[in-house]
Write a protein that binds this ligand. Structure first.
Ligand code: ZN
Ligand code: ZN
Ligand code: ZN
Ligand code: ZN
Length: 497
């Protein structure tokens, strides 16, 4: 953190517990924190990962020193399986490799418990994080933890009766569920490594950011799991630093149940308390009676004819449409466009289910031949998405950046195509290229906050070279235009003579 630690400070209240606020006025784009993870682990029930590099394991190998730590290869050294961890496993634990392999859910708590022998400070710091233990008590996840983790670690003598009384194992599992961020496994081309399944990363300072469905920070994790938090918008002194834990592309009720089940709190942010969801209408349905009004959460009352619909009816409608979307196994453009047409009778054009289908469509149009019709459709959808993104994820935003990138590429393709077919003249062609240029520039503005060593960072590099090429095309075209004009005016002059 170093020189930036002065940008935020920790504060406390009854509602949020400990959380961080801006210690001074923070400008859009400023780096608020940069942090290494203290724990990296799989999702509950997820894959087995290397103790050292966290890659997904295909062929299990073991550390040659402790013979317990699972590694992706015997040469994997020097990252998270530290010499201290290795020697504590040998000297202080009765654990055998089979114990970990047959009880994958104990691995992370087991490694955490090892800290008692060599990093008490960190052991305590993690325990201080929010755990909402009382809300979890006797829940399904509580019982699962009790059977799969607590009992097993007790039998293996990793925890004693005092630990059980202190509920150390329940606490650490709760801390992980509530405070970790989803991080990607980096794309490394090593045999036996399967990128894909996301991991969970615990970052001590970032864990203290409060949640809001409209974040004021931009979060990025690089290939080495370093987390960067930049201000997405200007943040005034004293304002909380807010991160969005929920999926920004879901509706109010879906986000809220995700937050309630996973993070144990009820969100009452500006988006959650607004039936129009900041004017996006992402949860709104069309009224089947008057066909003109919209029915919005949570009253589900038509904005025009005032009819109230029962929430169970809305739930059923959503479930039915969800089923229709999910039953499409290998989506193609025609099938999805047809489905969209059907959905459009029921939903506002900005409803999150419609957006979900359109997001898939944008991907399919990108892969399909660049026909004029396809490109125009892609541009139309990109513009609609960007209007919505600006409201739900304002400022520096990854989804905005990617949307802008897709929009620019469709505009360039369309410009080239219709200029070739003489559907537009030079002036129209140039107008479109200039539009694509400014769109790409806006995309890059956000992408530059992505760490260099990350997929988005690499997209930023591509985008920069594409911008260069696009500018070269534009200036070539413009100078050719000038030559032609000069010739014309020369001819004109000669005639005058
Ligand atoms: Zn490894
Ligand atoms: Zn070892
Ligand atoms: Zn919210
Ligand atoms: Zn109505």
């Amino acid at each position: 953190m170093g020189e930036n630690s002065c940008l935020y400070k920790i504060t406390k209240n009854d509602q949020l517990g400990r959380y961080i606020i801006a210690a001074k006025n923070i400008k859009q784009g400023q780096l608020i924190l940069k942090e290494n993870p203290v724990i990296l682990c799989p999702q509950i029930g997820g894959c087995t990962i290397c103790f050292n590099c966290c890659a997904q394991i295909k062929k299990v190998q073991f550390c040659s020193e402790c013979a317990v730590a699972v590694l992706c290869s015997s040469e994997c050294k020097g990252q998270f399986h530290t010499p201290q961890e290795c020697s504590v496993i040998i000297k202080k634990t009765p654990i055998k490799r089979e114990d970990l392999l047959t009880n994958p859910e104990i691995v992370t708590p087991f490694r955490y418990l090892l800290w008692r022998h060599f990093n008490k400070e960190l052991f305590q710091a993690v325990l201080q994080l929010e755990n909402h233990l009382e809300l979890r008590r006797d829940s399904q996840i509580w019982r699962r933890t009790h059977i799969n983790v607590e009992n097993v670690l007790h039998e293996l003598k990793m925890v004693d009766d005092a630990d059980l009384k202190n509920e150390i194992v329940q606490k650490i599992c709760a801390v992980l569920d509530i405070n970790t961020f989803e991080v990607r496994q980096p794309q490394r081309n090593r045999s036996g490594f399967n990128p894909g399944e996301n991991l969970r990363g615990l970052y001590l300072s970032a864990a203290m950011m409060a949640h809001d469905c409209v974040a004021n920070v931009h979060l990025a994790v690089d290939d080495e799991f370093v987390l960067y938090v930049h201000a997405a918008v200007d943040i005034p002194e004293g304002a909380p630093i807010l991160f969005n834990y929920a999926n920004v592309l879901q509706g109010n009720e879906e986000r809220q149940s995700q937050l309630k089940d996973g993070k144990y709190f009820f969100c009452s942010c500006s988006r959650c308390t607004d039936p129009t969801e900041l004017g996006t209408e992402m949860s709104s349905l069309k009224c089947p009676r008057c066909h003109k009004g919209f029915i919005r959460p949570k009253s589900w009352q038509c904005s025009l004819c005032q009819r109230i619909y029962h929430s169970s009816l809305i739930k059923m409608t959503l479930a039915e449409c969800r089923r229709r979307i999910d039953e499409i196994r290998s989506p193609d453009i025609r099938t999805l466009e047809k489905l969209l047409q059907k959905l459009s009778f029921t939903f506002h054009p900005h409803h999150y289910l419609i957006l979900e289908v359109e997001q898939n469509l944008i991907g399919l149009y990108t892969q399909s031949p660049p026909e004029t019709k396809n490109l125009r459709r892609k541009i139309e959808m990109c513009n609609k998405f960007l209007d919505i993104f600006r409201k739900i994820e304002p400022g520096i935003s990854r989804i905005q950046a990617i949307g802008l990138y897709e929009l620019h590429s469709a505009v360039v393709s369309l410009a080239e195509r219709i200029y070739k077919s003489k559907e537009t003249d030079k002036e129209g062609f140039m107008k479109m290229l200039l539009l694509a240029e400014s769109t790409l520039k806006n995309s890059i503005k956000s992408l530059l906050y992505e760490p260099v060593k990350s997929p988005e960072g690499r997209l930023a590099q591509n985008a920069l070279s594409e911008l260069k090429m696009l500018r070269a095309t534009i200036s070539n075209f413009q100078s050719e235009e000038k030559k032609v004009e000069k010739k014309k005016s020369n001819k004109g002059n000669k005639k005058k003579k």
